[in-house]
Ligand binder design. Sequence first.
Ligand code: IPM
Ligand code: MG
Length: 360
Amino acid sequence: MNFNVAVIPGDGIGPEIVSEAKKVLDKVGSKFGHEFTYKEVLMGGVSIDAHGVPLTDEALETARKSDAVLLGAVGGRVGVDSWYKLPPNLRPEAGLLAIRKGLGLFANLRPAYLYDELKSACPLKESIADAGFDMVVVRELTGGLYFGERKTEEVNGVMTAVDTLTYNEEEIRRIAVKGFEIAMKRGKKVTSVDKANVLDSSRLWQKVVAEVAKDYPEVTLENMLVDNCAMQLVKDPAQFDVILTENMFGDILSDEASMITGSIGMLPSASLAAGKFGLYEPSHGAAPDIAGKNIANPLATILSAAMMLRYSFDLDKEADAVEEAVRQVLKDGIRTVDIMSEGMQQVTCQGMGDAICERI
Ligand code: IPM
Ligand code: MG
């Protein structure tokens, strides 16, 4: 089959890691008889440099017309790159928010998995790391504080800023359905995270999630307050399967979940719209300090491409092959510098892409 992929290399290490992911997709294509056609799209700082805005309407349109989007990373260094002298709505990260909203990418899946081979990188106590963990944060991505009304104004002579946290029951229901569907394919447990002891939006969240849960009798539902969840993630991460939560809580908790794997360069993510369309990107950022050095870890982007094969193209066998190649590379002791340890073989970004292709 032929698939059209919009590719957004972005800033920093984005171009290097995306080109390894394309290399891997092409290897999958030749092995399994598919063709991937790529259209490059500018977003983030590179788009600001070229067009003065982080995402043009044309770029959004190209992404919309594709079958799926593969993204590297956007952003630079605050205080160093001139992009950050622009108003907030014109900075690189605004491109990310615009593409999420513009393409209706309401479901953000961020798996956090502790690889056996990388257990020593886990910053938690050995007794906790030994138990391992395998969870996915399902984060609502187009609502809540990120997209509510905001303003800064003087009220009675005092500067006052307002950000609005809004959710309606439809927005909650569709993300809850995704969370439960994903749980059905995994450990059949959903931990719905909220702040229902304070927030109205959380109380509505709990009510709607409980309604959705009735359609999934096999799935165990647990409600957890977000502050408790932050503690449980470092105390007993093995208890989690699917963490279902709103936009802001999901932003924070998914960083915490990725940190305890000790290897953020390994973590993919998917942002899904209704239907099969999705945008796939590594969970890490643009890492401008190591850009252009051919030392970045491309595995998170390669694993994001695997998620694209699985969720947008229904190519499960092909996705398995990529994920298996990643496990094999780790078993074979091949490492980029960020996950390097004694006795292992250190490779470049390109070297890692090649090592994966050899194992597909
Ligand atoms: C993320 C990032 C973004 C977010 C920023 C860059 C706007 O932190 O994807 O988690 O907060 O969603
Ligand atoms: Mg974040």
